[in-house]
Design a protein around this ligand. Structure first.
Ligand code: NDP
Length: 285
């Protein structure tokens, strides 16, 4: 047999990327599966994405993750974009599909998988999302696609909140409503799924400014914060006896979807999970 020295390249383009932990779980998964794939963490500054995308085509990369600030701009350099990613206006995973460079957004899919793995029913349910940025948009579009019927969006900046409400109302079958967020707001009593999609809790021990006494029995409480198993927001929900979902598992699940798009094989999610637990020194529930 002829020996091959050639590697398959995948990775991430973004700025900043030096603290992006995706390499840890993806590389662990490739190594576990014996796939000769290398995940590169590559700084691509604003203004450099067009050249970087031409470069990854020229060098025949197997795929690439796209992160800040390029998730919107990358759409124009792709041959094909999934319907949901187009609705969100954001792509975070690029892969080859029948010879065409295709774009997908795996963030919301990773979020949904956590709920589906726990057999949480989504059809006809009511969601309350804190925040209206990229993560909120990905989650709202995927939840609408999975049958969530009412999505309330609470945001400080009304224009940003209304922009997401418009996307949901015009492009999905769910009904979206804007909730102004100033001061400690209450979670509507008919909420089934509550999501913190703001960065509150990422860099410190703060939690979103809501009235925690308005949390009701039976609510599923979810956080997007990707670097902790337990944020103060989730801790509070747990102490009230509620079922919780963290952003670290969401991150692992979305990475698993990317792995499957690149390799065509099921992702070794347990291996990815262990790699991230070790990286962050946490034990996932
Ligand atoms: P964006 O900057 O696009 O949006 C941030 C949102 O949070 C905005 O709606 C903003 O409101 C709101 N916000 C920011 N600070 C506060 C605050 N102090 N109080 C209330 N609202 C606030 O960020 P992203 O959506 O891209 O990221 C949000 C979080 O999601 C990050 O922590 C990111 O790491 C995480 N994430 C996790 C993923 C995972 O796999 N776990 C995947 C993707 C993201 P306003 O419009 O008023 O400014």
């Amino acid at each position: 047999m002829v020996k091959s020295y050639q590697k398959q390249w995948v990775g991430v383009f973004g700025d900043p990327v030096d603290d992006n932990p995706t390499v840890v779980m993806e590389q662990a998964a490739f190594d576990h599966a014996g796939i000769p794939m290398e995940y590169l963490t590559i700084q691509v500054k604003k203004g450099g994405l067009k050249a970087a995308m031409e470069g990854m085509r020229a060098m025949n990369f197997t795929g690439i993750n796209i992160t800040m600030p390029h998730k919107g701009e990358v759409l124009q350099y792709l041959d094909e974009i999934s319907e949901n990613a187009r609705t969100m206006g954001a792509v975070n995973t690029v892969y080859w599909k029948d010879g065409k460079l295709a774009g997908e957004n795996t963030d919301g899919k990773g979020f949904l998988k956590s709920l589906q793995d726990a057999d949480v029913e989504l059809k006809g349910k009511h969601a309350f999302i804190l925040g209206a940025g990229g993560a909120a948009r990905a989650i709202a579009v995927e939840m609408a696609g999975a049958g969530v019927s009412v999505i309330r969006i609470a945001n400080r900046n009304e224009a940003n909140g209304q922009a997401l409400v418009k996307i949901i109302n015009e492009k999905t079958s769910a009904e979206a409503v804007f909730v102004p967020w100033s001061g400690s707001i209450s979670v509507p009593g008919d909420t089934d799924i509550l999501v913190n999609a703001t960065p509150v809790g990422f860099t410190d021990e703060s939690r979103p400014d809501i009235n925690y006494d308005s949390l009701r029995e039976g609510m599923e409480v979810c956080d997007v914060i990707p670097n902790k198993a337990w944020t103060p927001f989730l801790q509070e929900a747990k102490e009230r006896g509620l079922h919780t979902f963290n952003g670290l598992q969401m991150l692992i699940n979305q990475g698993a979807v990317a792995y499957e798009l690149w390799t065509g094989k099921p992702a070794p999610v347990e291996v990815m999970r262990r790699a991230m637990e070790e990286e962050y020194g946490v034990k996932l529930p």
